[in-house]
Design a protein around this ligand. Structure first.
Ligand SMILES: Nc1nc2c(ncn2[C@@H]2O[C@@H]3COP(=O)(O)O[C@H]4[C@@H](O)[C@H](n5cnc6c(=O)[nH]c(N)nc65)O[C@@H]4COP(=O)(O)O[C@H]3[C@H]2O)c(=O)[nH]1
Length: 727
């Protein structure tokens, strides 16, 4: 309820408290006339109420009044916070000193003695109103000042708090810079190093002083990782930030993978002031990652690839195999009665056995083959092979034989056998899962047939392969066991009607396999590398037999011997033929060599040279199966061949098929044009004989004249000089 005195519009507002109406009027009129705003109160209670309702600037207070007197009014005024400052002038009798003392004690500012003197009243009123106003203004100014001081103090306190917070932040930043495990490198805009932290020294091996002022690229691995560095430089130029992996180099020259986060700092004008690089040595993290990758792709017990990785590699193998026209075989291998190993020796030994087996398998396969384990005692092997599946079979046998040998684990001997199921792509499927499923089916068959065994998924293949395997194992000892015999098929000269010679045909009679036709075992002998020793044996037998016939006076019989592709390609064949003829004292004209069209056309240039070497010995050469392949006439001219042999397949229908007749005829005229002889094989009927005779064929052989017969029977033929045309 303070009045606003900033712009006083009266001389002052005065409350006059006087119980004597005449005095009250006198004072009131006097002051009103003097320009004061006057309020009146005739007793103490009203005085307090009036003052309370709006504080005056001055109170003229009579002391003696009925009810509460002036002293009490003054005392109460001084107790009121709103009115305490209002100056009080007591109105009292002239000489009452006690009143004055008491009045001043209560806070009065002055006394006006009765009877009133107008000038005194006006002077004192004026003085105290002015004084009050001055004091009020002073108080207001002080309050404003105090408020400003308080505001400034608060502002300063805030500034101090802000500065303290900044300092705390700086202290924290510097602690972070010092204590962080990330290396921090700060450079100027030209990438020259201006600051580093201790982690940088720890990671790179460089002290701060060693790198200050140097270009930050000195910390990079260089050439090996140039591409990444270029990517980073580009990103920094574009966006001012890059994070990723870089290969860094330590002071000792060692490189290490770092995880880097680089940023450019800019000033208010947007210019780059610094670059900051944070990086971590992630060598260990990488190693852990590799381990995790390894474990997620490998079996933890054996370290072999797991199904996931095996499938990936299988896909590659299959793609390669398709490109090269090869096969991919998938084997499922299961250790027989493995549970009993666990039961008898404990799981620890069982685990070790699995590890030993996995090493053994890994050592047994060829590079590029894949061995995997998919838990338990089951292993899978992916084998790259050709259509003959020789490598697959050899591997299966090698594994079975190798495992059969006793394994030594922790000093204990453990016998392990295995069963193997095999499926082959493309015949048995083209996906890893399908082949595994089929190999698994084959595995059950291998187990059913007595374990320690292998089986193919396709039964036909299984039978074929078993058959091949049996031939292979029997063929090895066939010469030693004297199981071979040479039969001779007469070859007739059509002009003279006489026996011109014979073709030597090999016969194999094996105790286990019985009679095996040469068409079956010769290609396998080629495959297993046995054809040279067998061929040598045939040549030796034939030469020995010719020697016998000559010694028996049965004439110069000319015998044609079949030369296998392996023999033809073998450099040792020519010297062997030569030395054998010499050993038996035979003229080379006694011997003919039959080479198939397929053999010479494989590599015709090489064949020309090889044929010349044979021809130089003096033996005659005939080209077998002529017409079945694709002989180039150009080469035929260059081959030093004596005789073309019309294949049985043309002879068969020579009298019934115009085509075959035309072919036979062409072969005959071609041979004659090239100064070669013609012999037809597989002649079975009189009509064929007649047809070929009429067309000028020189010689013939076939069941019409005689089947291939033993040396003994052929000796009889020679001796009797039987006319075979009359059969
Ligand atoms: N149906 C029928 N067949 C007839 C007739 N006349 C002959 N043959 C058979 O036809 C084959 C002819 O022999 P090749 O074309 O040289 O074909 C031979 C030859 O390529 C190969 N061979 C036989 N002996 C040897 C040998 O000592 N060394 C080599 N490298 N290969 C041999 O085995 C093949 C088959 O020989 P073989 O089974 O003895 O079969 C022989 C023979 O027994 C006939 O009128 N009708």
């Amino acid at each position: 309820m303070h009045r606003d005195l900033s712009e006083p519009h009266t001389k002052g507002e005065v409350l006059i408290v006087e119980d004597t109406p005449a005095s009250l009027k006198l004072l009131s009129d006097l002051l009103t006339d003097a320009g004061y705003d006057v309020r009146q109160a005739p007793n103490g209670e009203l005085a307090l109420w009036t003052a309370q309702s709006r504080p005056p600037e001055l109170i003229l207070l009579d002391i003696r009044m009925p009810g509460i007197d002036g002293f009490e009014v003054c005392r109460r005024l001084k107790q009121s916070p709103e009115l305490r400052q209002v100056p009080v002038i007591f109105l009292s009798a002239q000489h009452d000193t006690d009143d004055k003392v008491r009045g001043f004690a209560l806070g009065a500012v002055d006394f006006i003695a009765k009877p009133f003197q107008a000038e005194e009243i006006l002077a004192r009123t004026d003085a105290h109103v002015r004084l009050g106003r001055a004091q009020h203004a002073l108080a207001q100014e002080r309050a404003t000042l105090e408020q400003r001081v308080a505001e400034r103090t608060a502002e300063l306190a805030r500034e101090i708090e802000q500065r303290r917070a900044n300092e705390e932040f700086m202290r924290l930043s510097s602690q972070v810079f010092e204590a962080t495990r990330d290396a921090i490198v700060v450079t100027d805009p030209e990438a020259r190093i201006v600051a580093t932290n201790p982690a940088f020294t720890q990671i790179s091996g460089y002290s701060r002083d060693e790198v200050l002022g140097k270009n930050i690229t000195m910390l990079h691995a260089g050439e090996q990782d140039a591409a990444n560095l270029a990517v980073m430089a580009q990103a920094m130029g574009r966006s001012g930030h890059w994070s990723g992996e870089l290969l860094a180099r330590r002071k000792n020259g060692e490189t290490y993978p770092g995880l880097l986060s680089a940023s450019s700092l800019r000033n208010g004008a947007g210019e780059v002031t610094n670059h900051v690089a944070l990086f971590l040595d992630i060598t260990e993290r990488k190693a852990e990652q590799h381990l995790i990758d390894f474990l997620s792709h490998h079996d933890a017990l054996t370290g072999l690839p797991n199904r996931l990785l095996a499938r990936q590699r299988f896909e590659q193998s299959l793609a390669n195999a398709r490109r090269e026209g090869r096969c991919v075989a998938v084997m499922c291998l299961d250790l027989d009665r493995f549970r009993s190993i666990n039961d008898s020796y404990g799981h620890e030994v069982g685990d070790k056995a699995l590890q030993v087996v996995s090493h053994f398998l890994t050592d047994s396969v060829r590079e590029g083959d894949i061995v995997t384990r998919q838990g338990g005692d089951e292993f899978q092997i992916v084998v790259q092979d050709d259509a003959q599946l020789g490598a697959t079979m050899a591997l299966a046998q090698k594994i079975l034989a190798g495992l059969r040998r006793e394994l030594v684990i922790d000093g204990q001997q453990i016998t392990v056998t295995a069963s193997i199921g095999i499926a082959v792509s493309p015949l048995d499927g083209n996906s890893f899962d399908e082949l595994l499923r089929n190999a698994d089916t084959a595995l059950y068959r291998a187990k059913e047939t007595g374990r320690d065994n292998y089986a193919f998924f396709t039964e036909r293949m299984d039978a074929e392969i078993r058959d091949k395997l049996a031939i292979q194992s029997q063929l090895r000892g066939a010469i030693a066991r004297d199981e071979f015999e040479v039969h001779y098929q007469p070859q007739m000269c059509l002009r003279s009607g006489r026996l011109a010679g014979a073709e030597a045909l090999l016969r194999w009679n094996n105790a286990v396999l019985g009679r095996v036709p040469p068409n079956r075992f010769i290609p396998l002998a080629e495959e297993y590398g046995l054809v040279n020793s067998i061929g040598d044996w045939v040549l030796e037998s034939v030469c020995a037999q010719i020697r016998v016939w000559q010694d028996q006076g049965l004439g110069d019989v000319k015998v044609s011997v079949n030369l296998a592709a392996g023999q033809f390609a073998n450099d040792a064949t020519v010297p062997y033929v030569e030395s054998t003829l010499r050993r038996y004292g035979l003229a080379p004209s006694c011997l003919g060599l039959e080479i198939t069209e397929g053999t010479v056309m494989g590599d015709p240039d090489k064949a020309v040279a090889a044929l010349h070497r044979l021809k130089d010995i003096g033996v005659s050469i005939s080209l077998d199966d002529f017409g079945t392949g694709y002989s180039s006439l150009g080469y035929l001219k260059r081959f030093p061949i004596d005789t073309l042999k019309i294949d049985k397949s043309f002879v068969d229908d020579v009298t019934t098929s115009a085509n075959d007749a035309a072919i036979a005829l062409s072969v005959i005229s071609l041979a004659h044009n090239l100064n070669m002889q013609v012999i037809a094989e597989g002649v079975e009927t009189r009509e064929q004989v007649q047809f070929l005779t009429e067309r000028g064929c020189d010689e013939m052989q076939g069941y019409f004249f005689s089947r291939p017969v033993s040396a003994g029977e052929f000796t009889e033929l020679l001796r009797e000089r039987r006319n075979l045309f009359d059969v």
